[in-house]
Write a protein that binds this ligand. Structure first.
Ligand code: GLN
Length: 204
């Protein structure tokens, strides 16, 4: 299984280290060929405007769109989640429109730019999840197709819509590998199902 980590800006190495601990050899995605070679993609935390701009500048947007149309699973953390959202409140910036969520950037308040918290979740994992939030986006709205897997203070912080998983926190900054392991199970399932067949509407 080839898992890519978008390596244009942000804390991509930390995700790579988690993948290595799970026995994989991560692909640090910087070129179109990298995009075309992977079975799943992690979009790391960082600065979402910068990552989006670099995606376009590096000419990765078209090949990524091609792979997404074929059913490429994606896991986004923090800025990565912002890039996956269908709506970014009050901002016009590059986004991938994958997840039916509305996000507010830097919405946890200046006085608590960064904090850590433990919260329950509905995944089949042992124990609570521990989240590191760094100038984190807040999920303001979720669409009907989106499953909320964990919330903190009544706000969703971990969501899934089919093969798209997104967290407003940084699981790669803790020792816990469970969310990465869970994402690998989504990639495994997508591989078994094979590439998405375009429908008549897609072909329009
Ligand atoms: N504040 C960043 C943004 O809005 C996200 C922060 C992060 O990824 N830790 O893009």
């Amino acid at each position: 299984m080839r898992i890519g980590v978008l390596a244009l800006q942000g804390d991509f190495h930390k995700h790579g280290e988690h993948l290595k601990r799970l026995g994989l050899d991560p692909v640090y995605v910087r070129t179109r060929d990298d995009v075309l070679s992977i079975d799943g993609l992690i979009i790391p935390g960082g600065e979402s405007t910068t990552i989006g701009k670099l995606l376009v500048d590096f000419g990765l947007d078209a090949s990524l769109k091609e792979r997404l149309d074929q059913g490429l699973p994606v896991f986004g953390t923090c800025a990565g989640m912002i890039l996956m959202a269908k709506e970014i409140v009050g901002r016009e910036q590059f986004k991938l429109n994958l997840l039916d969520i509305s996000v507010e950037r830097n919405a946890y308040g200046r006085q608590i730019d960064s904090f850590e918290a433990e919260f329950e979740h509905s995944l089949p994992l042992q124990g609570p999840l521990h989240g590191v939030f760094i100038r984190a986006p807040r999920i303001a709205k979720v669409g009907p197709e989106v499953k909320v897997l964990a919330s903190f203070e009544d706000c969703p912080v971990l969501v899934q819509q089919e093969k798209y998983l997104a967290a407003s926190f940084h699981p790669e900054l803790t020792e816990n590998l469970e969310l990465h392991r869970y994402f690998l199970s989504l990639v495994e399932r997508a591989k078994e199902e094979g590439p998405a067949v375009p429908t008549l509407n897609d072909a329009d």
